[in-house]
Design a protein around this ligand. Structure first.
Ligand code: IPE
Ligand code: IPE
Ligand code: MG
Length: 249
């Protein structure tokens, strides 16, 4: 691992924004910006592992991104098909475990199959966990979790360990926060310590709504295709200036 003298966040989320603006600046179609964005992820992935990040979550496609033109959405699906194969190879070589969060049921059948394959074939890898948020929305994730929970409750399948004893925090018999979080797509993945957004926008756009409660947020003006290891280290340097209090003093 690189010895860079920084306190490295264990779990990092990235809102990869600005592909369209990157393309526009060059007079290229938006899809070329997305392609350059995919190249940026591919280059960053091994660097994130070397820096010492354990969980990297990238926002690739939101539940709202279906509003874009058919051309742009189709272009993104084609890119996914192409990069899925490259990603599998890179993950196998780099001991990376891949997970997808979001509702994959809306994707074409071949893409669902390739998502399942990416997860299944990397499940025993022990290095960086790379989480791709695709057809992901924080509210949609909470809604789906609530539905699964309601069904389990009805069928008497709630795990005993999710039920609270009386304490300062809970009344006897209530569902705990950990119990609820186990129903989210991110079950088992630590909440992001740091969320980075590229391209300057000061919002979360439905990313990790539950999990971001205490994340530190760093926004950079750099457009996503230009984001690299040096930019990531700059964001971590800003994170290192923050005092995380979690409601304490
Ligand atoms: C982010 O880049 C990638 C996706 C949302 C798929 P954008 O496509 O949102 O780029 P801008 O915001 O238009 O520049
Ligand atoms: C957020 O970017 C979604 C992804 C990066 C996948 P958007 O470009 O969709 O967000 P808004 O529309 O600016 O909020
Ligand atoms: Mg955008």
């Amino acid at each position: 691992m690189d010895n860079i003298g920084l306190n490295i966040p264990q779990s990092v989320g990235i809102i990869m924004d600005g592909n369209g603006r990157w393309a526009k600046k060059r007079g290229l179609p938006r899809t070329m910006g997305h392609k350059a964005g995919c190249d940026a992820i591919e280059k960053l992935l091994p660097e994130a592992g070397k820096i010492g990040i354990k969980y990297l979550t990238v926002y690739a496609f939101s539940t709202e991104n279906w509003k874009r033109s058919k051309d742009e959405v189709d272009g993104l699906m084609q890119l996914f098909r192409y990069y899925a194969m490259r990603l599998l190879k890179a993950a196998k070589e780099g001991n990376v475990r891949i997970r997808m969060i979001g509702d994959r049921r809306r994707f074409p059948k071949d893409i669902i199959e390739s998502i399942n394959k990416l997860e299944a074939e990397t499940v025993s890898n022990t290095g960086l966990t790379f989480i791709v948020a695709a057809n992901y929305g924080g509210r949609d994730e909470i809604r789906r979790a609530a539905m699964k929970l309601a069904i389990d409750y009805k069928e008497g399948r709630i795990d005993e360990s999710f039920i609270a004893e009386a304490s300062e925090r809970y009344h006897e018999g209530e569902l705990t926060e950990e119990g609820f979080a186990a129903y989210l797509d991110t079950a088992g993945i630590p909440d992001p310590d740091l969320i980075i957004r590229t391209s300057g926008e000061l919002r979360l756009s439905n990313f990790l709504t539950w999990q971001s409660a205490y994340s530190e947020i760093v926004v950079t003006d750099t457009l996503w295709p230009d984001f690299d290891r040096e930019e990531l280290l700059n964001c971590i340097r800003q994170y290192n200036q923050r005092s995380r209090r979690f409601g304490g003093v």
